[in-house]
Write a protein that binds this ligand. Structure first.
Ligand code: TRP
Length: 460
């Protein structure tokens, strides 16, 4: 039952077909040329898809606040696979994001039986310390524990009202035998994802969640639930432009001008419509048509790129009027680097990956044994060249160790042309990995006694 319904990108050949994943999950492809200072993972197509990343980019370019949130399961040792998201978090932070890090200690208790004490120990020693070593800035990083942030648990409970067991069966494969702690964990994750928008955690602003595709069900669920709470929906208008439509729901009848008998109270309703129109007045749309009775405001001149700006305005109005005013989370999706044996990377199979604190000779042995894209004889290799798509050494340079695009290109050219042999590319990988591991080790010892600087007050 563990991981029921989770998407395992390694479960079949097809699921690593990324363009298919984009289609199937309704994602958008990442166009790195549209990003300001695209990071290495964007330039190399490793971050391949997103939802609403344009909203975040908009905040970046206009110097508006935005946040990034990531979460970790405090179990096992941290390895290369975990470092990718942190690299992205660091990039967002450099572009101006505040950073929230969830220690999913309740989820680890529920799904892996990790006690909260053990989870805390592992999170601090293994994950937070390495996050620090990977270069997050403590000045605007806040690490918290699911178990000690009541706001998150309160949201999990409140937002739980907007979903039901059938939906959970469909998304996660739960059934009558499912452990109820497993069932609660996704709602806590919804709370994690949403809570940075609350006033006491930074207020209304876009929040981006960089993940692997296996986490997308949680993001879809969160977006779905958030949308159900919204008092004002900003939708496509059939004949062009956008429409803002009131969503009358339990808890907002009187505010939106619906009487107890279900009739529209004209003066209240007109007041609401006026407030909405006022809230977007400075965005400069010339022709706005309102229909108080239907509770709609049509903006024919608005384009899809105006949507998030309008949405932010009506969300803040919703908050003034007593609603939650929650924005849907933005997200990005990264490819998975192949495991060293050709299987999936896993903490429980040390030979499949490199741990953040592996000794150099342990790492060296793993790289030497790793799957190679070289040909079976030197003669053949010189003639046909190496296959970078199958080569662990090349992929690890590409995903993790070689920061210079030009150096990576050169390795690729030499390897594919047959000038460079499989043993030689492995040697290059070993050298870069050695530098990488040594630097991490040094940084870890620098931060070892100072990780409190990364912790939120409720995590101390
Ligand atoms: N479910 C995530 C995992 O299995 C951990 C997690 C909990 C998380 N809350 C989160 C990830 C919020 C991203 C955002 O690793």
């Amino acid at each position: 039952m563990e991981n029921a319904g989770r998407i395992d990108p390694w479960s079949s050949e097809q699921s690593t077909d990324y363009s298919r994943i984009v289609q199937q999950f309704g994602l958008s492809s990442v166009d790195s040329s549209s990003l300001p200072n695209p990071g290495m993972l964007h330039r190399r197509g490793i971050v391949f898809a997103h939802r609403d990343l344009d909203v975040v980019v908009d905040s970046m370019t206009s110097n508006d606040p935005f946040g990034v949130l990531t979460g970790l399961m405090p179990s096992g040792r941290m390895h290369l696979g975990h470092s990718m998201v942190i690299e992205q978090v660091r990039w967002f932070q450099e572009q101006g994001a505040d950073v929230t890090v969830t220690v999913a200690d309740l989820e680890a208790l529920a799904t892996r039986g990790t006690s909260l004490d053990k989870g805390r120990e592992t999170a601090l020693r293994e994950y937070v310390l390495n996050y620090a070593a990977l270069g997050l800035d403590p000045d605007n990083t806040n690490v918290y524990f699911q178990s000690s942030r009541p706001a998150v648990q309160r949201l999990a409970f409140t937002l739980g009202q907007r979903t039901n067991l059938s939906e959970f069966e469909a998304i996660y494969g739960f059934n009558g035998e499912s452990n109820l702690a497993h069932v609660q964990a996704p709602l806590v994750q919804v709370g994690d994802i949403v809570h940075p928008q609350m006033e006491e955690y930074g207020g209304l602003r876009p929040i981006v969640v960089p993940v692997g595709v296996d986490q997308d069900p949680h993001l879809r669920l969160t977006r779905d639930i958030v949308q159900k709470t919204n008092w004002f929906n900003v939708k496509h208008r059939k004949s062009g432009g956008l429409t803002i439509a009131l969503s009358v729901q339990e808890g907002n009848h009187s505010e939106l001008g619906v009487t107890e008998s279900g009739k529209v109270d004209r003066s209240t309703r007109e007041g609401v419509i006026t407030r909405i129109v006022d809230s977007i007045s400075d965005l400069g749309f010339s022709d706005i048509k309102t229909n108080p009775k239907h509770g709609t405001i049509e903006i024919p001149g608005a384009t899809i790129s105006d949507r998030s700006r309008i949405r932010m305005r009506v969300l803040s109005l919703e908050r003034e009027m007593g609603g939650m005013g929650l924005a849907p989370p933005c997200s990005t999706y990264h490819r998975f680097a192949v495991g060293m044996t050709g299987d999936k990377m896993s903490s429980s199979k040390p030979e499949t990956t490199i741990f953040m604190d592996d000794d150099i000779d342990v790492m060296t042995k793993k790289v030497k044994r790793a799957i190679s894209g070289g040909q079976s004889t030197v003669e053949e290799h010189r003639r046909l060249g190496g296959d970078v798509s199958k080569d662990v050494a090349f992929q690890y340079l590409q995903f993790f160790f070689e920061k210079e695009d030009s150096a990576l290109e050169e390795v690729k050219r030499d390897y594919e042309s047959g000038r460079m042999l499989a043993g030689e590319i492995k040697q290059i990988c070993i050298e870069s990995a050695t530098d990488w591991l040594n630097e991490l080790k040094e940084k870890r010892s620098h931060w070892e006694d100072r990780i409190d600087e990364f912790l939120a007050p409720d995590a101390l």
